[in-house]
Design a protein. Structure first.
Length: 491
């Protein structure tokens, strides 16, 4: 990984300081009626006399007023069609004031899509998977079960999918849910109680953070991102000191990490994490939302990539909205854990069961990845994704861009640092037919603005070269080659 030059770091700090100072000045003017762009400062129209329905005085609201709304042209693009190698975006018309809601027009343009999580290209409206999904609607179970799994919502299709996923990831059993975010947030509270400890990577996804917060009574500890020494320190201290109130030993310690971190492109150091969790007799919960299907020679995720036996990971979690071109998520573990979740998980007991056509799409995609459909289509897609990832990453590094993450990770963050540079980059890239995804605060630190490229098996080498050519074209005007030539030892 490259670190930015001193000039880049200083300019980002100065720019952010000026941005915050002028933001406070605007708020001061708004409070006195001097700024025409009031944006409901300290008031909610129609709710006068009531307590605020939403916070408008914290820093996140401050950032929304003074930064996010001013850069709205870079975000929330209304798209149409499938998220393939190319994507269509509706045109928008913005008002004179930056706080006005933009109007969606009837015209649209086609762009090169370099930001969707369509890693293996299964999110398409033609092909074998789509044909099976459409057939499921017409002559199968229809579009919905209209019931939770625990009542009248469990179909033979769900059992088929769960058995297939368990076989694919190498576990005894699995359970599927209709929403990937809820797979973390509604299941973690079912796994721990007030006598348990959760140890979480500091860059874990919001769904994990929410699930930990909903785990009433459980103690939470954080370790530095991918820092094995810090993980060992946190676990050692927690085991020695015990529960903070009773000083008794923990009933259970659950270490939570991700296979690929979606904002950093880094992978967890799974072999060392397994060794450390075994050392302290802890359990390991591995979120493979971005790694399942996209990592490993046969797409079986980060365990296969590092050569770790699935049995060494206590709970495997993943989502179907990335590599499988569908929706929802799964948890795979031994039969006792899955039986516990079937009776205790809010995501299974109360939520409507996964839609039958979505089940069929996942089954078709999984069978293709496993080669059980009688073709080599899945193997071809996995190899194409790996080739695209290695080529694009190596070219970015070679040309002087700061890129985070593992060499085989299809999530490719390119650091831009400042909001001004990120805004200019997005506008100029769109003008040249490339649709990037920008990531900024609060998803990253204030100084961590980046463009996040997501590789796909549907990209051709010519399309990737076009993106690289656009970056080269933008460099003189925007200044996005920020590498100083100094390496820092971060995986």
């Amino acid at each position: 990984m490259e670190e930015p030059s001193l000039l880049t770091r200083v300019s980002v700090c100065i720019g952010m300081t000026l941005l915050i100072l002028f933001g406070h000045l605007r708020d001061w003017l708004r409070a006195r009626g001097w700024d025409p762009d009031k944006m409901g400062y300290m008031t909610e129209p129609g709710n006068e006399g009531f307590s605020p329905l939403y916070p408008n005085t914290d820093f996140q609201a401050f950032f929304l007023r003074n930064v996010y709304q001013r850069l709205l042209r870079c975000w929330n693009h209304p798209v149409t069609g499938v998220p393939g190698a190319e994507i269509e975006i509706w045109d928008r018309k913005f008002g004179d004031c930056y706080t006005d809601t933009p109007k969606i027009l009837t015209t649209k343009k086609k762009f090169l899509n370099i930001g969707s999580y369509n890693y293996l290209g299964f999110a398409e409206n033609d092909g074998a998977c789509s044909a099976q999904t459409i057939q499921e609607i017409r002559s199968g179970y229809g579009t919905s079960t209209a019931s939770p799994r625990s009542e009248l919502g469990t179909l033979e299709l769900h059992r088929e999918l769960e058995n297939l996923i368990a076989e694919f990831v190498g576990k005894e059993d699995s359970i599927v849910f209709g929403m990937g975010f809820a797979t973390n947030s509604l299941n973690l509270p079912s796994l721990v109680d007030e006598e348990c400890l959760i140890v979480s990577d500091e860059l874990n996804h919001c769904s994990i953070i929410l699930g930990a917060r909903l785990s009433a009574g459980a103690t939470k500890r954080i370790f530095k991102h991918n820092d094995m020494e810090d993980l060992d320190r946190v676990l050692r201290k927690s085991v020695i000191e015990g529960h903070p109130r009773t000083r008794r030993r923990w009933k259970k310690i659950l270490v939570i990490v991700e296979g690929i971190y979606s904002m950093e492109g880094t992978t967890c150091n799974l072999p060392e994490i397994v060794a450390i969790k075994n050392k302290y007799k802890a359990y390991l919960y591995l979120d493979e939302a971005h790694s399942i299907g996209a990592m490993g020679a046969t797409g079986r995720g980060i365990c296969e990539y590092y050569g770790v036996e699935p049995g060494d990971v206590d709970i495997l979690m993943g989502t179907f909205s990335k590599s499988f071109g569908a929706a929802g998520g799964y948890i795979a573990a031994n039969k006792e854990v899955i039986m516990h979740l079937r009776s205790m998980s809010h995501g299974d007991v109360y939520a409507t069961a996964m839609s039958p056509p979505v089940c069929r799409q996942i089954i078709a995609a999984t069978r293709a990845i496993m080669g059980a459909d009688g073709t080599n289509d899945g193997v071809r897609r996995i190899k194409q994704l790996a080739d695209n990832t290695r080529y694009f990453r190596s070219e970015l590094v070679k040309r002087g861009y700061i890129v985070y993450g593992e060499a085989s990770s299809p999530v490719v963050p390119m650091l831009l640092f400042s909001m001004a540079r990120a805004s200019a980059f997005a506008r100029c890239a769109l003008a040249r037919g490339v649709a990037p995804v920008l990531v900024a605060y609060p998803a990253t630190p204030l100084h961590g603005c980046r463009a996040r490229f997501c590789m796909s098996a549907s990209h051709t080498r010519q399309q990737l070269d076009k993106v690289l050519d656009v970056l080269e074209e933008l460099e003189p005007a925007v200044g996005i080659k920020l590498a100083s030539g100094k390496h820092i030892a971060v995986r």
